[in-house]
Structure formats: structure tokens, C-alpha cells
Design a protein around this ligand. Sequence first.
Ligand SMILES: Cc1cc2nc3c(=O)[nH]c(=O)nc-3n(C[C@H](O)[C@H](O)[C@H](O)COP(=O)(O)O)c2cc1C
Length: 236
Amino acid sequence: MVFYEPGKTSHGLPRDPYKACVVPRPIGWISTRNKDGVDNLAPYSQFNNLTFDPPYVMIAANVDLNENRKDTTVNAESAGEFCWNVATYDLREAVNASAEWFDRGVDEFQRANLEKEQAKLVNVAMVKASPIKFECKYYTTLRLPGNPPMGTVDVIVGRVIAIHIDDRVLTNGMIDIGKVVPIARCGYHQYTVVRPESVFEMVIPGNPKQLVGLEGNASVASTMKDGKHDVKPTGS
Ligand SMILES: Cc1cc2nc3c(=O)[nH]c(=O)nc-3n(C[C@H](O)[C@H](O)[C@H](O)COP(=O)(O)O)c2cc1C
């Protein structure tokens, strides 16, 4: 049995197991534009949805010893906007290529050989081939102090103001995970992929009204907004 206190006692393993514990992590494939108009793209697996009405997302970008912040952080804060692009199995090599460190003046779409699509409400390029994309307004940054060389992290929170869903990933009006085929991070250099055969359904037992938030039933959710509903949505 491995038991350790991070930062205090050793896990005794050849590699740090921490990032292999909370898995799989969705990938925040984040595009930004810097003040000189150069487009930037990078993957962040310390990324997630925070809430849905209105939707917010977060990205945790590490900071090094010399207080060097990631381009994504600098651009999201200075421009006040960024986009999220779903990272798919088909695009995995480009996701990986966009993680390489480049100077601020380098267009990472070009380096990853990706076609751009201009966002509608924010001045940011998106990955055209990515079937689901969010346009986001920067909301805040939370600095979490950490240990050298790069434990300190900036948690960037953004509000999702527009969502693009390609028709080709919809089946009967629902996002078809088998058509998106998203990838996600595991530990070490490992990734996983969501395919239809690994998807299963479960429904919370009890009062069906409690399922509204989970199933995303738009018509019931709108009656709740009018105060005509007696049960709060369960969440995500
Ligand atoms: C799949 C994947 C996930 C990553 N997740 C993070 C992360 O959560 N936080 C982070 O600071 N860097 C993460 N990185 C490293 C960044 O992508 C890398 O430092 C990149 O060069 C940052 O680019 P930027 O400076 O243009 O924002 C990740 C890399 C990969 C390949």
C-alpha cells in the first residue's frame, strides 16, 4: 500500500503518481490571440467545466520559478477572451504539436498545420476541424501558490458566451460521442479516447424531476426558470 503526504513524505515510486490518479482529464485545447495579433494554441489537461447556467470553464496554467506565465494565460488576461476547441482522436497529433514551446511570435496553428476559423463574438481563431468549440470571456484568475520549479498555478476562469456544435456530430439532436471521439489525459504520457463501446447509461433512482440538470432537458429547464417547477436541477 502506498501512502504519502505530498510535499512531506516520499511516495517511493519511480515516477510521481499524482497525475495518474485523477483520470481521465478532459483537454482544454485553448486558442488565444496576443496583442500583436499572433494566434496561440495549447492543450491544458488541468481544465474543466465549472457550471452550466451560465456556463463557465477553468484552465490551470503552471508558472515557473522565474514567474514566466504561459502564453495562454497572458493572452486570455490581456485580451479578455479565449476559445476552447474539443480535442478529438483525429486531431491528436495536432493537439500534441501545439504543446511544444514556441516564442510568443510564433503562430501555433501554422506549426500544428491547422486551418483556422474566426470566432463570431470574440477576436480569437478557433480550430476549424474541431467539431465543438466555445467562445469565452475571461472572468478572473486565481493564483494557487506552489513549490518550485513549476508548482505555482494560475487558474483562469472564463464564461462561455457562444457555443459551436458541428451538425456532423449530432444524432437525433444530441451530441453523439461516437462521432466526436474526444481524447483525454491519463497519467505519464498516456491518453485515452471515448468511443461508443465504452459509454454506458445510468439514471439516478427516485424523483424524475431531479434528473433535469443531468439529462439537459431544455423544455423542463425553461419552466424551472419561470419558477413553475418545485425541484432544483441536480447539476452535472
Ligand atoms: C495533453 C497536455 C496537457 C497539458 N496540460 C497542461 C496544464 O494543465 N497546465 C499547464 O500549465 N500546461 C499543460 N501542458 C503543457 C502546455 O501545453 C505547454 O506548456 C504549452 O507550451 C503552453 O503553451 P502556451 O504558452 O502557448 O500557452 C499540457 C500539455 C499537454 C500535451
